[in-house]
Design a protein around this ligand. Structure first.
Ligand code: 5GP
Ligand code: ZN
Length: 140
């Protein structure tokens, strides 16, 4: 159940933002969190979310939108330790592929020109891979 300000009941990303559900968190501040996607398209696939619940970007107060982009910048800088190339994407609405209805930006590293979105199903993130990525993506 969501309980914090602006949180929503039965939202997995509210649960992660409020530390009721576990996630491999690489960055957190007063209004945003960034963590590893549980079913990454590529190594280091991250999600950047506002702590405040909103299904889509246009439901968020402007301050939260700004905070989200500030955190996106921080995360992109860290991803550039892994590779120079990556996608930043946002799915808004079911027809656009949105599955979790709490705003999130995907940051998806690219290591080769092989299309990661067309291949076989994604594998669940392994704990040992996650720990290594957290070291590589940590602050500093
Ligand atoms: P969407 O399709 O809504 O843009 O993407 C949702 C993303 O959230 C997917 O890439 C999916 O793998 C990821 N995801 C769904 N549930 C969880 C979860 O409980 N933990 C984490 N870390 N990622 C999740
Ligand atoms: Zn939520």
């Amino acid at each position: 159940m969501g309980s914090g300000p602006g949180s929503s009941a039965a939202c997995i990303f509210c649960d992660i933002a409020e530390h009721r559900a576990s996630a491999h968190i690489v960055y957190e501040d007063a209004s945003t969190v960034a963590f590893l996607d549980l079913f990454p398209y590529t190594r280091g696939h991250l999600l950047v979310i506002p702590k405040r619940h909103g299904a889509r970007i246009t439901e968020l107060p402007f301050d939260d939108q700004i905070a989200l982009v500030r955190t996106l910048d921080e995360i992109c800088r860290r991803v550039e330790r892994l590779t120079s190339d990556y996608h930043v994407s946002l799915n808004a609405g079911a027809k656009a592929g949105q599955v979790v209805f709490h705003v999130h930006l995907h940051v998806i590293p690219r290591y080769t020109e092989e299309n990661p979105f067309l291949g076989p199903g994604r594998n669940r993130l392994r704990d040992d891979d996650a720990r290594e990525l957290l070291r590589e993506l940590s602050a500093g």
